[in-house]
Design a protein around this ligand. Structure first.
Ligand SMILES: [Zn+2]
Length: 394
C-alpha cells in the first residue's frame, strides 16, 4: 500500500501544478491515494459570478460512529520568479534530506502525512471505530469563495456531521512540536478617503488640502491601542498598509487623499464591534479637525470596507486540544504551545460546524522560492497524525 509512505504521497502531489484556481491533477492524485484505503470520494465543483470555478474533494471512510475530519487545500501560490528556484518548483526534487517544491509545506505535505497516517492506522488496527473524512479545497490561497465554506454546506446538506476537525496547515515556527493553533484572530480591511478641494499652492485659502485630515484620521486609529490582549490572544493590531495622494506637482494642493488599513483583532471584538469602533474614532477625529482646519469645517471622509470580514474564533474543546497536544508530546517529546497567532485559515469556516484545531509541518519556507519539507519531518508528522487518530478514536 504505497499511500503509507508520506514522501511518495507528497511527490505525487507536488508534481501537479495546482496554482489557484487550477486543480492541476492534484485532486486526482489524492483520490488515487485515498480510494485504495476504502474512502468514498466525491469531486465537487462550485462556481460564482466574478470568481473562477473551483474543484474540491470530499472523501469519507466508515458510515457511523464518531467522525473526525481532516481539512486542507491542494492549491498553491504561484512559484514567482523561476530563476530563484534551485530545482523546478513542480519537480519534487529530493536532496540532502529535503523534498523541494511549491506546496511542500503549505500544505500538500500535511495532506500527504495524514493520508499515510490513515493507511498505517488501517494496516495496524483495521478500520477505525468511526468515520474519517478529508475535506480538501482548491481555493484556500485564492478568494476562498468556492472552497471550504461551500464544501461544508454541501456536505452538511448530504447529512454529514463531524465531531472534530484537524486542519493540516503548517503551524510550527521552527521545529515540529512547537505549536498547535487553537484559534485565529479576526481580520477586517478598509480604505478611508478624505475629500478636500484641489487648488493652487500659492492660494491655499481657495483650496482644502486633504492631507492634514488624512494624517489626523489615521492617527486616531493608531492611538490609543485597541486593547491589551486577552487570556488567549495577543493585543489587536491595526496596520496602515498604504497612504496615497497621487499628486506629482509641487504647486497643487491635493483635494483627495486615501489610506488603507488592516486590523487583526482578538476575542474582545466581533467584526461589527471593531468596525463600529473605527467609525467612532474617525467621527470624533473629524470633529476635532474642525478646530485645526482653515475653513473651520470638519474633514469630509468616506470609509469603504474591503473583502468579507473574517471573525475571530477560539476552540474550547479541551478533549480535542488535549488529545492532539498529547499525541504531539508522545512522538516528539515536546509540549506544543497552544497559540492563536498568525493569519486566518479555513478553520474560520469549519468552527461553525465542529471544534477545530490546526497542526502541520514547519512553516518557515511557505510561499517562498525553494519551499521544502524535511523528509524526517514528514515521517514524524505521519507518526503524530497516526497517534492522534488512535488516541482520538480510543
Ligand atoms: Zn495553506
Amino acid at each position: 500500500m504505497t499511500s503509507a509512505n508520506p514522501l511518495e504521497n507528497l511527490s505525487a502531489l507536488i508534481r501537479c501544478p495546482s496554482v489557484t484556481p487550477d486543480e492541476g491533477g492534484a485532486l486526482t492524485a489524492l483520490q488515487a491515494q485515498l480510494e485504495p484505503l476504502g474512502f468514498a470520494v466525491d469531486r465537487v465543483f462550485f462556481s460564482e459570478d466574478g470568481t473562477p470555478d473551483i474543484e474540491n474533494l470530499y472523501a469519507r471512510l466508515g458510515s457511523d460512529g464518531p467522525h473526525l475530519m481532516f481539512a486542507g487545500h491542494t492549491d498553491v501560490v504561484p512559484p514567482g520568479d523561476s530563476d530563484k528556484w534551485l530545482h523546478p518548483p513542480y519537480s519534487a526534487h529530493v536532496l540532502d534530506g529535503k523534498i523541494h517544491g511549491r506546496g511542500a509545506v503549505d500544505m500538500k505535505g500535511g495532506i500527504a502525512c495524514f493520508t499515510a497516517a490513515v493507511a498505517r492506522f488501517i494496516k495496524k488496527h483495521g478500520q477505525p471505530r468511526g468515520q474519517i473524512s478529508f475535506l480538501i479545497t482548491g481555493d484556500e490561497e485564492g478568494p476562498a469563495i468556492n472552497g471550504t465554506a461551500k464544501l461544508l454546506e454541501w456536505a452538511r446538506k448530504r447529512g454529514e456531521h463531524w465531531d472534530a476537525a484537524l486542519v493540516g496547515e503548517p503551524t510550527n515556527p521552527e521545529t515540529l512540536g512547537d505549536m498547535i493553533k487553537i484559534g485565529r484572530r479576526g481580520s477586517v480591511s478598509a480604505r478611508v478617503t478624505i475629500h478636500g478641494v484641489q487648488g493652487h499652492a500659492a492660494y491655499p485659502h481657495l483650496a482644502d488640502n486633504a492631507v492634514p485630515g488624512a494624517l489626523m484620521l489615521a492617527d486616531s486609529l493608531l492611538y490609543p491601542q485597541l486593547d491589551r490582549g486577552t487570556e488567549r490572544f495577543q493585543p489587536s493590531n491595526l496596520e496602515i498598509t498604504s497612504m496615497d495622494v497621487g499628486n506629482p506637482a509641487t504647486n497643487v494642493v491635493p483635494g483627495r487623499a486615501t489610506f488603507d488599513f488592516n486590523i487583526r483583532f482578538n476575542d474582545k471584538w466581533s467584526p461589527e464591534a471593531i468596525m463600529a469602533e473605527v467609525h467612532n474614532r474617525l467621527d470624533r477625529a473629524a470633529r476635532r479637525t474642525k478646530l485645526r482646519s482653515r475653513n473651520k469645517q470638519p474633514v469630509e471622509f468616506t470609509v469603504d470596507w474591503r473583502d468579507r470580514p473574517s471573525p475571530v474564533f477560539s476552540t474550547h474543546d479541551d478533549r480535542l486540544i488535549g488529545t492532539l497536544a498529547g499525541s504531539v508530546e508522545k512522538i516528539t517529546g515536546r509540549k506544543p504551545e497552544l497559540s492563536t497567532s498568525g493569519g486566518t485559515s479555513d478553520a474560520r469556516f469549519i468552527k461553525d460546524y465542529c471544534p477545530v484545531v490546526e497542526f502541520g509541518l514547519v512553516g518557515k519556507t511557505m510561499h517562498m522560492a525553494n519551499e521544502y519539507a524535511a523528509i524526517d519531518d514528514l515521517e514524524t508528522l505521519t507518526q503524530i497524525y497516526q497517534q492522534f487518530i488512535s488516541d482520538w478514536f480510543a
